[in-house]
Design a protein around this ligand. Structure first.
Ligand code: FES
Ligand code: FES
Length: 212
């Protein structure tokens, strides 16, 4: 016996629940998927409850905290502000889809490990997706740009310093993997900063010398 068509299933769901349902077909973490969801479903809820990937967290549900950030066709978006219906025909990546198929961590994930960017972890997936998208646009950020890159995401534990360091480290890892110098465009700045540190801490014995 032939299986039910999607239309039949949608009609049955309406019969059972009294709610209009939709079939949403998308590429989710590189795999084509179709989900049947009530038409009112938010993208964040569709990802967590229908696609069963719970890395995407829901914090404020107002577009403020960034915990729900996903990549929609490569661009970071707040999934709590989107309806699942708007994912139809789109390419969606969550934090679960960033690592390579062989398990190699995405540069941003690797950098979070190395820089202790991960704390309680609630906000982390949103930071990781945000930074991954940012580095596609700016592969060699300065410290100020790294701060700006994460300014739209909230970490309740205020662990921003390590996350900021992770942005810079992730950029290095990307360059290393591409066979480039890890210092990249920040080379001159890094050299200046090192120079400053060395000279700034070196004073004549007794501290009486004129260092100006
Ligand atoms: S849950 Fe979406 S921005 Fe906070
Ligand atoms: S690590 Fe938990 S809110 Fe930031």
């Amino acid at each position: 016996m032939a299986g039910k068509t999607t239309e039949q299933t949608l009609a049955e769901l309406y019969e059972e629940t009294g709610e209009q349902h939709l079939a949403v077909t998308l590429t989710f973490n590189k795999v084509p998927q179709t989900i049947l969801v009530p038409s009112r479903t938010l993208a964040s809820d569709a990802i967590r409850h229908y696609l069963r990937k719970t890395g995407t967290h829901v914090g404020c549900e107002h577009g403020v905290c960034g915990a729900c950030t996903i990549l929609l066709n490569g661009e970071p978006v707040r999934s709590c502000l989107l309806l699942a219906a708007s994912l139809h025909g789109q390419d969606v990546t969550t934090v679960e889809g960033l690592a390579d198929p062989d398990g190699t961590l995405h540069p941003v994930q690797q950098a979070f490990v190395e820089c202790h960017g991960l704390q309680c972890g609630f906000c982390t997936p949103g930071f990781v997706t945000t930074i991954a998208a940012y580095l596609e646009k700016n592969d060699s950020p300065t410290r100020a740009e790294a701060t700006e890159a994460i300014s739209g995401n909230l970490c309740r534990c205020t662990g921003y310093q390590n996350i900021k360091a992770a942005v810079l480290r992730a950029a290095e890892i990307r360059r290393e993997r591409a066979g480039l110098s890890p210092l990249g465009g920040d080379d001159e700045l890094a050299a200046l900063s090192l120079d400053d540190k060395v000279r700034g801490n070196t004073a004549p014995v007794g501290g009486k010398g004129d260092r100006t």
